[in-house]
Design a protein around this ligand. Structure first.
Ligand code: PLP
Length: 343
């Protein structure tokens, strides 16, 4: 990996500690429930989140899908933000695999608005509609600039959904960025919801995998759905070993990513790009390509030619993400390249 890869926090290499843990992991057949390292990861994740049980899945997408499948029957509805990853970037899987109808929420400000929850809600018992039995909230919110939601407003959303009779699932791909930002505890979020999906392979730096946490009975159903979608793996303790290092050792350094992103945002703005304002910045910086570049792909191509990788995020919008594989020097070098290209 070039050390100037800012496309995503998914591009990280496993740390030496992860590689050592993977090489020495004691493993068994996890579909039989026999993998001790996997079982340790599940127990650790459940304890960390204060939830009854946890399940390893291959990816964040699989974690969100099996959660929707475990919460909703076919023909029911799920409320999701139109800017959310589950709505935009998971191949429409809740519709075409789970048989669940997605209904849109306004989540431009990161959290779904209470008004849009009330407007999109489809009551149970109405034979005309796909009854909405689940709400999904993303925290941090990727397309809103990596925006973290504080436990208070997040709780207002969860409480409203519960009062209306819905369950609440969190796409917490980057929940530990929210925790690092506010200096709070993940339980401040998990105690307010029914399930959460947490990516091990983003800011936490593991090479693969996600964890789904929730009540024991819910996890039992999710386990069956994981099998149905082909996510039952055998000696997956190899992956769990890296996941344990990620959860135990990598949460504490996420604030460095946030500091680097704040510096990046300031420097990119200084050289004339229009950086999107976010009131609380974690590890992402979105900005407009500007007058010199007609579209995001052409700017990204020019950067690639200079050894800098950035992510197109729409026609005239690009994203740069900080992570364990880039430091302050990488940020400064990246901005130098952007400056040259834009002159
Ligand atoms: C907010 C969010 N949720 C879920 C996912 C899906 O994770 P995966 O790529 O592991 O399927 C991503 C991936 O970038 C994401 O940004």
């Amino acid at each position: 990996m070039t050390n100037l890869d800012f496309r995503s926090d998914t591009v990280t290499q496993p740390t030496d500690r992860m590689r050592e843990a993977m090489a020495s992991a004691v493993v068994g057949d996890d579909v039989y429930g026999d993998d001790p390292t996997m079982n340790e990861l599940r127990e650790y994740a459940a304890e960390l989140t204060g939830m009854e049980d946890a399940l390893y899945v291959c990816s964040g997408t699989m974690g969100n899908l099996v959660s929707v499948m475990a919460h909703c029957a076919r023909g029911e509805g799920v409320l999701m933000g139109v800017g959310s990853h589950t709505w935009k970037n998971e191949a429409g899987n809740v519709a075409f695999i789970a048989g669940v109808m997605p209904y849109p929420l306004d989540d431009a400000s990161g959290l779904p608005t209470l008004e849009s929850i009330k407007a999109s809600y489809q009551p149970v018992g109405n034979v005309h509609n796909a009854n909405t039995t689940l709400l999904v909230a993303e925290n941090t919110h990727n397309s809103a600039g990596g925006l973290p939601a504080a436990a208070g407003p997040f709780g207002d959303v969860a409480s409203l959904a519960h009062e209306m009779g819905m369950k609440v699932h969190v796409d917490g791909a980057r929940i530990f960025d929210a925790v690092a930002f506010f200096g709070n505890d993940i339980k401040d979020y998990t105690r307010q919801v029914d399930s959460i999906q947490i990516c091990l392979s983003k800011g936490l730096g593991a090479p693969m995998g996600s964890i789904v946490c929730g009540k024991r009975e819910f996890i039992g159903r999710a386990l069956r759905h994981r099998k149905a979608v082909g996510g039952g793996q055998r000696q997956s303790g190899i992956a769990a070993a890296a996941g344990l290092v990620a959860l135990r050792e990598m949460r504490g350094r996420l604030v460095e990513d946030h500091q680097n992103a704040a510096l990046l945002a300031a420097l990119v703005a200084d050289i004339g790009f229009e950086v999107e304002f976010v009131p609380r910045r974690t590890n992402m910086v979105y900005f407009k390509t500007g007058p010199k570049f007609s579209d995001a792909a052409s700017l990204a191509d020019r950067c690639r030619g200079r050894g800098l990788l950035i992510g197109p995020a729409g026609t005239d919008r690009v994203r740069m993400v900080t992570h364990v594989g880039v430091d302050e020097n990488s940020v400064r070098s990246a901005v130098e390249i952007l400056k040259d290209i834009n002159e």
